[in-house]
Design a protein around this ligand. Structure first.
Ligand SMILES: *Cc1c(COP(=O)(O)O)cnc(C)c1O
Length: 303
């Protein structure tokens, strides 16, 4: 097993080419072998925090989520137990763990299946209640890490980009980044001297604007939302998703991610002609989840 350390490297920037245009790619997937991507940025605050009052980290969410895997790595780094609350697992996954689920188990995740997951989720969603349910020695991290604490690590990414642009004398730069809850894109825009463009993956642009408003009252800090022409259902395999993922990964010999990257890359492809100057695309990690996504593409007969 590759050594587990709490060191986060500054992510490198490399040149890539995609459909005839040059881009810069910020490799946030290379911050740390186990703990990387935008989840590492979002949980960085906790990595530096004094957690000696806690014995456990707990969270809840999907059985293949990138956050689950990153929290398992985080708990391992901090020497804490990791309890993950989920809906009852499909039998095939229990018998044959793959992807994020498999890697989280290897990192020591303890999972708790809840037949009445929704009730638990509602209860822990109210911050005052969390203590009563899980006890004072448990640090509870909300689903997907959509928290104010995320600002700390995402600001570090913004600082790195601001400095990189200055050192490379790049005056006109636009950033493209995926959005789930929009937390990363919002805090990035707040601390960046350049425009951030983002594509909603989980919900619509309206959902994303509401998410932005929950985290920041000032609309000047909101990223520009770019939709794709076609509507897509989050997490569903589409042939064009697989194709664009394969094309950009093979052309540049970099493995992109299969859940958030494809739709964001389609938006990039549809809108980049209107964007002048240099474009930087953020690689937000998450490749550990590709294994289970590829199985779904196979199951659906797409590959
Ligand atoms: C979680 C995740 C996102 C979404 O991040 P938000 O801050 O919720 O918008 C995007 N890309 C990858 C690879 C992720 O793991």
């Amino acid at each position: 097993m590759i050594e587990i350390t709490d060191k986060l490297a500054e992510s490198p920037v490399q040149k890539i080419k995609f459909r005839g245009r040059n881009y810069f790619l910020k490799r946030d997937d290379l911050i740390n072998y186990w703990f990387n991507g935008n989840k590492a940025r979002k949980f960085h605050y906790y990595l530096n925090a004094d957690l000696s009052a806690y014995k456990k980290v707990a969270s809840c969410g999907g059985n293949q989520s990138n956050a689950m895997f990153s929290l398992a790595a985080f708990a391992k780094i901090k020497g804490l137990q990791f309890d993950y609350y989920i809906k009852p697992l499909p039998l095939f996954l229990k018998k044959n763990p793959v992807g994020n689920f498999k890697y989280a188990l290897e990192l020591g995740m303890n999972y708790i299946e809840l037949p009445d997951y929704e009730t638990f989720y509602k209860k822990v969603s109210s911050p005052e209640k969390t203590y009563d349910i899980l006890g004072k020695d448990t640090l509870f991290i909300r689903q997907g890490g959509a928290e104010k604490e995320a600002e700390y690590g995402v600001k570090k990414m913004a600082d790195e980009i601001n400095l990189w642009a200055k050192e490379n004398n790049i005056k006109k730069l636009s950033i493209f980044i995926q959005s789930g809850t929009g937390t990363t894109a919002l805090f990035l825009q707040k601390h960046l001297n350049f425009t951030v463009y983002t594509t909603p993956n989980i919900g619509t642009g309206d959902y994303l604007r509401k998410q932005f408003a929950l985290l920041d009252k000032n609309p000047e800090n909101y990223p520009v939302i770019l939709e794709t022409k076609k509507k897509y259902v989050f997490g569903k395999p589409y042939a064009e998703f697989y194709n664009i993922w394969k094309e950009i990964s093979e052309e540049n010999n970099v493995e992109f991610e299969l859940l958030y990257d494809p739709k964001t890359l389609i938006a990039l492809d549809e809108h980049n002609a209107a964007v002048e100057g240099e474009i930087m695309y953020i690689h937000s990690g998450g490749q550990a989840g590709n294994e289970s996504m590829l199985l779904r593409y196979k199951y659906e007969g797409i590959i």
